[in-house]
Design a protein around this ligand. Structure first.
Ligand code: RB5
Length: 146
């Protein structure tokens, strides 16, 4: 499975730690940057990862900025993307099971690295349940068409 990762300047260190963690679990990571701590604009990286996931070049995406909010907003502008900001593992897990999220976002200024790893674990290990949730996700998809 290929995971696209992206982040802004506020999250370089956490991205590198989470990237190594995810690779250690056997996932292939495509790193869209930034790997510089020089101030940059989070929409650039939210868009890169969003487009890679929407195009099927990556199966899932992980985005990190200061709060996870701005970079997830950017990704959610891309058709087919369902990105969620999660600061705890329960919402991360349910976001896969019920909402079939394809991008996980969190904030380097919000969560520490150990909590971030728990969030990532729960999100990656959960599976979409389909059924009534598929109908609701389909409704989200139709919103993109209107
Ligand atoms: C950058 O200072 C900060 O605004 C950004 O990382 C993010 O938190 C925005 O949502």
């Amino acid at each position: 499975m290929i995971i696209a990762m992206g982040n802004d300047h506020s999250a370089v260190e956490l991205k590198q730690e989470i990237k190594a963690y995810v690779e250690g679990k056997g996932y292939q990571v495509v790193d869209f940057g930034t790997n510089s701590t020089e101030s940059c604009d989070y929409p650039v990286y939210g868009e890169k990862v969003g487009r890679a996931v929407a195009a099927g070049e990556a199966d899932l995406g992980i985005l990190i900025c200061g709060t996870g909010v701005g970079i997830s907003l950017a990704a959610n502008k891309i058709k087919g993307i369902r990105a969620c900001v999660c600061s705890e593992p329960f919402s991360a897990k349910l976001s896969r099971m019920h909402n079939n999220t394809n991008i996980l976002a969190f904030g380097a200024r919000v969560v520490g690295s150990e909590l971030a790893k728990m969030i990532v674990d729960q999100w990656l290990e959960a599976e979409f349940e389909g059924g009534r949730h598929q109908r609701r996700v389909d409704m989200l998809t139709r919103l993109e068409e209107r």
